[in-house]
Ligand binder design. Structure first.
Ligand code: TPP
Ligand code: MG
Length: 568
């Protein structure tokens, strides 16, 4: 590609760089420090859509979700000072999720630094601990190059957020439109197995794969866990093929959900407790061995010895060091899966020990658990049992639906009872567990998947963090179905505090609060539901409405999600 010698201000350089990395839209909230970026977006050819939101957290959450759904980097543009600090929780969420994202911020002028100009804050020291890199551009000719670098870094394994701020002089001043870097990104979408350019290839060590194949040959009760990075690294097809070839029981986690569709015979997520409690070998792919996975301690239940654990990750620095591993492999996850299938397969898997007893047992437990759900999913209890909502939703969801969860107990139920049919159709906040992702994720999902159903599941507490951004859905014409599980409490905190102290404080919200009227006031639609029989018809009206629509279901506050740990 030839160098573009045209002169342009820093904002135009940044937009041109973002476009070279496949960015389709920027998410922002206005401030004078960043006007040149808007001017760059408006004048770009083609122009870059600007999605202006009502809180910077929403801008960054939207950019993060865009990256997790499209597997091209997200782009958020924040104004100096409070614009940046408002985005910090969402940047941290991206860091925990390994989501490729660039946050470009304005910055007070260098020429007045130290004199107290408006919103003068040195952002990088705040952002450095929660990004891959955070730095400042001071020269007008360097914004394009720096933005190119930021996108390349965000998209390279292990992916994550990168922060860049540009002083007023740098953003308003002019330089070459192209910056120094005009190569198409070596990274881009890693949406297909092996689609990465050469710079992205990280071939795993074949010896470590052979060693894992040997562990598998010795195993009689193996389990494969598929996490979010399997999807983000573009390894979903290789993962499924390997699981099928080796006949491995699979449990899915985060964005790994849907890689094996609901009902797949190897998917034993509903037998999780026995599978992880009695396994003798657990292969954990594309997710950290954190609190969600018992910190990597498996087996040991019902007289079984502790399980051997193997960690598979897209980068060596992610391999767990806090627990004992029997094996590990790092690099391109698709290559790890196909290498493992080759090394361990050889046509012997059908006769492998676990297909005779272990797999059928987990399948039977899963089947029984699903059968046992029927009563609660159809519950006619009044006040409504939250599971009745999921019972009604199940029959309305299309295979390509994007399901987003933002809340406590209400969303834990969704994680257990809503099984996606396709990978890339499930968005939870990930291990940082930050409430408030909801509207940002929904905005991005509607833009990333224009014809798919987008369903946002909101706890009533969670709704308070971002519901004002229903206004953004309305202004930008983005229809989304929102379902609020309204128990009138911070359920995931109230019940545990009761259990610990015998009383609770700071855990009550307004019973029956009209969150639906918030959405109607902002120009969308909505309704309140108190009778279980009305849930299905209300959801159908929401899907048919073609506008942002919130179904506000009053649920039973005495119901607590049956959890074994709160993660603390
Ligand atoms: C930003 C943030 N603040 C606080 C918490 C702690 N927290 C986790 S779940 C939860 C309760 C959520 O309540 P709600 O959304 O109403 O869902 P429910 O549990 O009632 O179904 C809280 C306060 C958090 N995870 N994130
Ligand atoms: Mg609640």
């Amino acid at each position: 590609m030839s160098q573009d010698e045209r002169q342009a201000h820093g904002g135009a350089q940044a937009v041109a760089a973002a476009q070279r990395h496949g960015v389709q839209a920027l998410f922002t909230l206005s401030g004078g420090h960043i006007f040149p970026v808007y001017d760059g977006a408006v004048r770009a050819d083609p122009p870059m859509p600007i999605v202006d939101v009502r809180h910077e957290q929403t801008a960054v959450f939207a950019a993060e979700a865009m990256s997790r759904l499209t597997r091209t980097p997200g782009f958020a543009v924040l104004t100096a000072g409070p614009g940046v600090t408002n985005g910090v929780s969402a940047v941290t969420t991206a860091q925990f999720n390994g989501s490729p994202l660039v946050v470009l911020a304005g910055r007070a002028p260098d020429g007045r630094w130290g004199s107290g100009s408006l919103q003068e804050l040195d952002h990088p020291p705040l952002l450095a601990p929660v990004t891959k890199r955070a730095w400042t551009v001071h020269l007008p000719g360097q914004v394009g190059t720096a933005t190119d670098e930021a996108f390349a870094l965000a998209s390279s394994r292990h992916r994550g957020p990168v922060f860049l701020d540009a002083s007023l002089e740098a953003l308003y001043g002019t330089g070459s439109l192209a910056g120094a870097e005009t190569q198409p990104p070596a990274t881009g979408a890693s949406g297909r197995d092996g689609a990465d350019g050469p710079a992205m290839r990280h071939q795993p060590d074949p010896d470590s794969i052979t060693a894992i194949a040997r562990l598998l040959a010795d195993a009689s009760r193996p389990v494969l866990i598929l996490g979010s990075d399997v999807w983000l690294d573009g390894a979903e097809h290789a993962a499924r093929s390997a699981a099928e070839e080796l006949r491995l029981p699979v449990i899915a986690n985060g964005q790994g959900r849907g890689i094996l569709p609901a009902g797949h015979p190897l998917l034993v997520t509903r037998a999780r407790s026995v599978a992880l409690g009695e396994a003798d070998l657990v292969l954990v792919a594309g997710t950290p061995l954190d609190f969600r996975l018992g910190y990597g301690s498996f087996g040991g239940k019902n007289g079984t010895p502790p399980a051997r654990v193997v960690h598979l990750a897209d980068s060596p620095e992610l391999i767990a060091t806090h627990c004992q591993l029997a094996g590990s492999a790092a690099g391109e996850l698709a290559a790890i899966f196909s290498g493992l299938a080759d090394a361990a397969g050889n046509g012997t898997a059908d006769s492998a020990a676990w297909t005779q007893d272990w797999l059928p047992r987990l399948q039977a437990i899963s089947k029984q658990a699903t059968a046992d759900d029927t009563a609660l999913l159809a519950s006619s209890a009044n006040p409504v049992h939250p599971l009745r909502i999921y019972g009604e939703l199940a029959s309305l969801l299309a295979d390509d639906a994007v399901i987003i969860g933002d809340g406590g107990d209400f969303v834990s139920y969704a994680g257990k009872y809503v099984e996606p049919q396709q990978p890339g159709g499930w968005l939870d906040p990930g291990p940082y567990g930050c409430l408030g992702t909801g509207l940002g994720y929904a905005i991005a999902a509607r833009l990333a998947r224009p014809t798919a159903q987008v369903v946002l599941l909101l706890g009533d507490g969670a709704a308070g963090f971002s519901l004002m951004d229903a206004d953004t859905l309305v202004r930008h014409g983005l229809p989304v179905v929102m379902v609020c599980g309204n128990n009138g409490i911070w359920g995931l905190e109230k019940h545990p505090m009761q259990a610990l102290y015998g009383y609770d404080v700071a855990a009550d919200l307004q019973p029956g609060c009209r969150y639906d009227q918030v959405v109607t006031a902002l120009g969308g639609g909505g309704e309140l539901v108190t009778d279980p029989a009305d849930i299905g018809p209300a959801l159908r009206r929401a899907f048919d409405s073609g506008i942002p629509y919130l179904v506000n279901v009053v649920t039973d506050p005495s119901d607590a999600y049956p959890r074994s740990t709160t993660g603390v």
